[in-house]
Design a protein around this ligand. Structure first.
Ligand code: CO
Length: 459
């Protein structure tokens, strides 16, 4: 019996516990150890890392990827890609998706875990085709959620859809930590039986289910589980790598992991965790078990975002009201799984509903969703909300990306000399304002360096 681990400390644990603020310099020295620990893959890119590099860390996300690649030549590098949304929050035209995927693979990504927040596979076709053409592994993702319209049969249908698109592996992605051991067992069995592909299981420790969920998933034949090195594990992140390694080995699984190297990795990150706790970046509240998520279905990142948003507005006392409103908004929208960007959209709308009155302020993203611009809603959108947003109009039924004009050459022209590469153009397409500011700062720095060099030579 064999099972492999995907380590999430660089991406999901980083994102869930400390809002993706880990700079490259804080991971650099431990990369060689991560490379020799025996992981099935390192989840290290995509998700919010790209945004955070540009927005908060002054890092070029592509350069980060290349550096990780160089330091980890023996381990598969994995990224999380939001299908037609890439790493942003809206749909991009196909030419941007194709180039983005191609460049991700060229810069070092081996495995693309691709998902669509609505499990609408029309939104992952382009990214999947591009990834397969670039020679990467496509991990087709089923966003797990509980609702009156999501069940074993609907998950199996999504898995079959992925197989038809050419996915080599399937991920059952539980971004909220609400998948119970029993459900995991049944879904892994059913999906493996139906598509005969290796299955990864992804969950969060938020509700305390995760260790049990992984154990039952492993019993059901899961091929890979996602875990985080222990000092960055638990709460809204993944459960601990070392603990699951210990348990699964005892049951006779070959995990491929070297416990001594795991200890070295953990000792390293303990120092950084202490810094994060000291400067408030790591809030102990997100590390605790919170069973409210079983009712509210709040994913790790979403809960910490809501806490941060409400704290900034001085309204943290309304957190319970907002958490109560989330399921109502979700029902009105036809039960979208709460994963990026839907989790943000639902969170922002639920907050607005609580602070200003129900649907008194409707975000433009929610309007676009109701118009069909994010894809097919899993269930029925409330008639009242449709009426409010569409009036007598009709929602879009086709693929939204088909309505978008190509963007890559336009962006290249707009950037002119500021862009030094295709990667720069892609950063700009994904986050125009942030990328432009980043390029300008880079240019300034370069000029200063040049000036300094000249002065130094003269002296
Ligand atoms: Co996650």
């Amino acid at each position: 019996m064999q099972i492999r681990f995907t380590e999430t400390v660089l991406r999901d644990a980083n994102q869930s516990l400390i809002a993706t603020r880990m700079p490259f310099e804080k991971m650099e020295k431990i990369l060689p150890a991560l490379d020799k620990a025996g992981y099935g893959s390192l989840e290290c890119w995509g998700g919010a890392t790209f945004d955070s590099c540009l927005r908060y860390l002054g890092e070029d996300p592509w350069e980060r990827l290349r550096k990780i690649r160089a330091a980890c030549p023996n381990t598969k590098l994995q990224m999380l890609l939001r299908g037609q949304n890439l790493l942003g929050y809206k749909h991009y035209p196909d030419d941007a998706v194709e180039l983005f995927v191609k460049k991700s693979v060229e810069n070092g990504v081996d495995v693309l875990r691709i998902f669509d927040a609505l499990n609408d596979l029309r939104n992952v076709e382009t990214a999947t085709r591009a990834a397969l053409a670039a020679g990467a592994e496509v991990q087709g993702t089923i966003c797990y959620t509980m609702s009156p319209i999501h069940n074993l049969a609907s998950f199996v249908e999504t898995a079959k859809g992925w197989k038809a698109l050419g996915a080599q592996t399937i991920c059952i992605k539980d971004m909220a930590g609400i998948m119970s051991p029993k459900q995991a067992y049944e879904i892994v069995k059913a999906v493996k039986e139906a598509v005969k592909l290796p299955v990864s299981v992804h969950t969060h420790a938020t509700t305390g289910l995760a260790f049990m969920t992984y154990l039952k998933a492993a019993e059901a034949g899961a091929d890979v589980i996602d875990t985080a090195i222990s000092c960055f594990s638990g709460g809204t992140a993944q459960p601990a790598t070392e603990t699951l390694n210990y348990v699964l080995r005892e049951y006779g699984f070959d995990t491929g992991l070297d416990a001594a190297v795991l200890k070295e990795i953990n000792d390293f990150f303990k120092v950084y965790r202490a810094e994060c706790l000291a400067d408030g970046l790591l809030n102990p509240i997100v590390m605790a078990t919170d069973t409210d998520a079983l009712t509210y279905q709040i994913p790790g990142g979403m809960l910490s975002n809501l806490v941060a948003q409400l704290t900034a507005q001085g309204k943290l006392d309304r957190l319970d009201d907002v958490l109560r409103e989330v399921p109502n908004v979700r029902k009105d929208l036809g039960y979208p799984p709460l994963v990026t960007p839907m989790s943000q959209m639902v969170g922002v709308q639920a907050t607005a509903n609580v602070l200003f009155g129900r649907y008194k302020n409707i975000s433009k993203e929610i309007k676009a969703y109701v118009k069909g611009e994010y894809g097919r809603a899993p269930g029925e959108i409330s008639e009242e909300l449709k009426k409010m947003i569409l009036g007598d109009g009709q929602p879009l039924t086709g693929r939204f990306a088909d309505t978008l004009a190509p963007i890559v050459e336009t962006a290249r022209k707009e950037l002119g000399d500021l862009a030094k590469s295709d990667e720069d153009v892609l950063s700009y397409i994904a986050f125009p304002t942030l990328a432009q500011a980043f390029f300008e700062a880079r240019e300034e720095k370069r000029k200063k360096t040049v000036k300094y060099t000249i002065v130094a030579t003269e002296e």
